[in-house]
Write a protein that binds this ligand. Structure first.
Ligand SMILES: [Zn+2]
Ligand SMILES: [Zn+2]
Length: 264
């Protein structure tokens, strides 16, 4: 026969077991709904991001679909350069900058990387393969997709001035009591061309009775060249601006730089 005490202990044990079962079954139910299965692929995982497993979450991140697949670049056939606005750019940089801007505008991500994988030039357009990886809610996603670059063929501002024979300044290369020698002219020409910066050009070289005239795109550039010639070959330089006309309400001058090489 069991004593009342034993009965009481058994009853208590039973009650404890029932409590444990309730706790564990409630816990399992909770975990089962919230974090044991990915509702999209059914995979068992405890690592859910916004309710999905990593793979399903990553699959829902769209990169190529949110970035426009075409851009337009200006191309100048005279200097074989690409432009965005007035700025000379490489195809690579233009593509990377474009995709970077679009990602920042259209995707909520913690981090991203944009890379050009391949560039293929075809007639009239360029096909670029982009590789982009983004990090969204701690999940990384990488995609490769094509970007078509259409070309708007134009003669750029610098080249159209050059082609039109534009100049703002003339360097008049002369020598004191003699004519400049062939060597001096060659050196002056080399100095002139090596002093050109991005938008500078020499539109004409004219041989005149007592020397040579160089027609230069800007007076700042002509000044730089003149000083360099004098530094290298000796002599002196003087500047004389002449009013050429008015453009958009301001006076435009053409400046003559008279470079006089020393006598022999
Ligand atoms: Zn899944
Ligand atoms: Zn050009």
């Amino acid at each position: 026969m069991r004593s009342a005490k034993q009965k009481h202990e058994e009853h208590e044990e039973h009650e404890e077991r029932r409590r444990d079962e309730r706790v564990s079954s409630a816990g399992a139910t909770k975990r089962g709904f919230r974090s044991l299965f990915c509702p999209s692929c059914g995979r068992r995982t405890s690592d859910l991001i916004e309710g999905l497993c990593r793979d399903c979450f990553a699959a829902r991140i769209e990169i190529a679909n949110v970035v426009p697949s075409k851009i337009l670049l200006k191309y100048c056939r005279v200097c074989d350069s690409f432009f965005r606005g007035g700025e000379r750019v490489s195809v690579e940089r233009a593509a990377e900058d474009f995709v970077t801007r679009e990602i920042m505008k259209r995707l909520q991500c913690e981090d991203f990387r944009v890379q050009v994988r391949d560039i293929k030039e075809m007639r009239g357009s360029i096909s670029v393969v982009m590789r982009v990886s983004v990090v969204v809610s701690g999940v990384e996603k990488e995609e490769e997709f094509p970007l078509e670059i259409s070309l708007r063929r134009e003669v750029c501002e610098v080249c159209s001035r050059f082609v039109g024979g534009y100049y703002e300044a003339i360097i008049q290369l002369r020598a004191e009591g003699r004519e400049p020698t062939e060597d001096e002219i060659r050196i002056a020409r080399e100095i002139a061309f090596s002093s050109l910066r991005e938008k500078d050009f020499i539109s004409k070289e004219k041989h005149v009775r007592r020397g040579v005239d160089f027609y230069v795109s800007s007076s700042a550039c002509a000044r730089r060249i003149s000083r360099e010639i004098v530094r290298y070959l000796g002599g002196s330089v003087s500047e004389s601006p002449k009013l050429y006309g008015r453009v958009e309400g301001r006076n435009v001058y053409r400046v003559s730089f008279s470079v006089r090489l020393p006598p022999h």
